[in-house]
Ligand binder design. Structure first.
Ligand SMILES: [Mg+2]
Length: 391
């Protein structure tokens, strides 16, 4: 009877992915890839995949590679994985030699026939393999590939790697490869993490009768972007945020500056806060808290923030001047209050007395550095930094 399933399938190569060796014909050659137990058990536990091992084992059954030499170590590998909750729903191994041109030998898909038309969710299925032939198989199956290799494979010296992929073959399969990584925890996070976005970006467009604002942010940027608010001093302050937070920000704002700067400053702050909040997603793996203390000549500024999901704002800043250039100093309080509302963060800012320009510049830099710390995402962490279970 044909098996009917609507599950996605996770096809996994063995050699070069679960273990290092390309031909494991004795127990000594069983050396596991780092993180495979942790990553793969998370995938088996939390994912909804039908898990299938797909492997080429050249010439098993020939005098050069007798069945016993294959099955002894292979069964040991499978038993060890099973002990960690990693069980395969099916195991498909091709024993032919490359010269046999067997249609079941990867990248041939003849062994995978039963997965082609039985209702499996191929759109959400993946093949994890260390060779481009594995990605070719993914392509021919109409599924996505996870290429288990160095991210900088093409920049590596040949001596570092035992497989030299061909760039043109890679280019032809590029659209099939959903992830290129040889880190099992990253792969687990990609496949079953609740926040599997590789990019933390957001774009917010806000048009009202008073302002038209378009802002895009990349939390994992390099401090690049363009700020255009029509307010020169404000641009200068936002450029500090860009530079010291390391976020990429592109901001274009057109406001009713003929009335005054109030609406522009307020709305830009709301949009910036909203964009960061959206880019943070469910906040898994982030530091959450950020703080900084910073000196600029005679002044000392400090900022602490918490992306807690609740806005709260404390402002211990007192300017002795009403304007810096033509920019009213009272607008700064309004900016940070509105940011706190948009980002839904707790924001606490203070600065000592001094030159007003130094005071506010130090505050913006300090604020930017606190953001940089708070949005930091621990590599491959899926942890939510809260005891409540939600932020
Ligand atoms: Mg392999």
């Amino acid at each position: 009877m044909k098996k009917i399933s609507n599950k996605p399938v996770l096809f996994i190569d063995r050699d070069g992915v679960i273990v290092f060796e390309q031909q494991v014909d004795c127990f000594d050659k069983i050396i596991y890839k780092p993180g495979v137990f942790n990553g793969l058990s998370q995938i088996c536990r939390e994912g909804n995949f039908e898990v299938v091992l797909v492997s080429n084992q050249d010439g098993v059954g020939t005098p050069a590679f007798p069945f016993d030499n294959f099955y002894g170590p292979h069964n040991r590998i499978m038993e060890t994985l099973a002990g960690e909750g990693i069980r395969f729903d099916n195991t498909l191994i091709d024993f032919s030699l490359p010269s046999d041109n067997c249609p079941g030998r990867k990248p041939g898909t003849a062994m995978l026939e039963e997965y082609k038309n039985n209702g499996y969710d191929l759109q959400n299925s993946f093949m994890i393999g260390d060779r481009l032939t594995d990605m070719k198989l993914a392509h021919d199956m109409g599924i996505k590939g996870i290429w288990f290799t160095y991210k900088d494979i093409f920049d590596r010296k040949v001596a570092d790697i035992d497989l030299v992929p061909k760039k043109d073959e890679y280019d032809a399969l590029k659209s099939t490869i959903a992830l290129q990584s040889n880190n099992w925890l990253e792969i687990a996070n990609f496949l079953v993490g609740s926040d599997n976005r590789l990019e933390r970006t957001a774009k917010v467009v806000r048009n009202t009768k008073e302002t038209k604002i378009e802002l895009s942010v990349n939390l994992d940027g390099s401090g690049k972007g363009n700020i255009e608010t029509g307010l020169e001093f404000f641009d200068h302050m936002l450029a500090q945020v860009l530079r010291h937070s390391n976020m990429d920000i592109n901001l274009k704002a057109q406001g009713d500056l003929g009335v005054d700067e109030h609406h522009s400053v307020e709305d830009i702050a709301i949009v910036l806060g909203t964009a960061i909040r959206e880019a943070l997603g469910d906040k898994r793996g982030i530091s959450r808290y950020g703080f900084n203390i910073l000196t600029m000549d005679e002044v000392l500024a400090q900022c602490a923030l918490d992306f807690s999901g609740r806005p709260y704002f404390v402002w211990n800043v007192e300017f002795k001047r009403e304007y810096i250039g033509s920019f009213p100093t009272e607008m700064f309080e309004h900016f940070f209050k509105s940011f706190s509302d948009g980002a839904m963060c707790n924001l606490n800012i203070s600065v000592s007395q001094g030159n007003s320009h130094h005071m506010i510049e130090a505050v913006y830099k300090c604020f930017a550095k606190a953001i940089r710390q708070a949005i930091y995402r621990y590599p491959f962490s899926n942890e939510l930094p809260s005891t409540k279970g939600v932020l």
